[in-house]
Design a binder for this molecule. Sequence first.
Ligand SMILES: Nc1ncnc2c1ncn2[C@@H]1O[C@H](COP(=O)(O)OP(=O)(O)OP(=O)(O)O)[C@@H](O)[C@H]1O
Ligand SMILES: [Mg+2]
Length: 264
Amino acid sequence: MANPSAWWLNCPYLSRMLAMATVVQTRDLTKEYRGGEVVHALRGVNFTAEQGQFIAVMGASGSGKSTLLHLMGGLDLPTSGQILVEGRDITRMSDRERTLFRRRRVGVIFQAFNLLPTLSAAENVILPLLVDGATRLSFEAKADELLSLVDLAHRRTHRPQALSGGEQQRVAIARALANDPVIVLADEPTGNLDSRHTDEIWQLLRKLASERGCTVIAVTHEARGAAYADRAIVLKDGLTVGEIQVDGTGDAALVAASYTKLAD
Ligand SMILES: Nc1ncnc2c1ncn2[C@@H]1O[C@H](COP(=O)(O)OP(=O)(O)OP(=O)(O)O)[C@@H](O)[C@H]1O
Ligand SMILES: [Mg+2]
């Protein structure tokens, strides 16, 4: 019998509204880098991401994209402002809490794949689990599950040098998912790839949001990549200057035209 307390599941609009949970929220986020001259990398960014959304972060070089991504992943601390992840302000966590937060709630993908050359694809994928002490059996099951997700089950014993660039980045994505993160952060994940592999990676990130419910936040210069997202936010000189509703249309021309208007 259907659960009577979940009657709203039969109302598509209502169930969608109730199911949408805010996963990341930044409030008046600023970041200054102080060396010689002070750099105001972020100057008051307010940003919200819901569960299962795929959001692209666009903007010219130096506009603060990587800084924002690093702060949301707990890789660095802001100068002021709040970063709420699943309702908890990560800027107020102790160093140990923030380390655990990074390890268990966040998956990170960079432009460089950063795979260990002496390990197989499967071993690279489960590397993050080694620090959390799971059993050997659960490691192998996890590696199989994640390599299947990225369509690389047939390459599990290959070392990185025996994989194409696109395949290496898919292993890196599988590794980012090892701890079942709630947020997946990607900084120009296709920067080192040719156009064929580029589309594969964007499709995969789309799938992580739509099918696994991850909140995916990806920095990109490419309208073609942002076209797979639900929304694209545009940064300029450390501030958000606007947002493009993409809704996964795959319409790169629309994204490019809107981006040019906002970024100019
Ligand atoms: N560790 C740092 N020390 C000093 N300044 C920094 C540091 N990291 C970044 N910056 C400066 O902060 C600003 C924002 O940098 P950020 O890396 O966030 O830009 P970005 O939008 O990711 O650029 P790109 O597209 O080139 O990667 C830039 O002016 C940059 O020079
Ligand atoms: Mg950057």
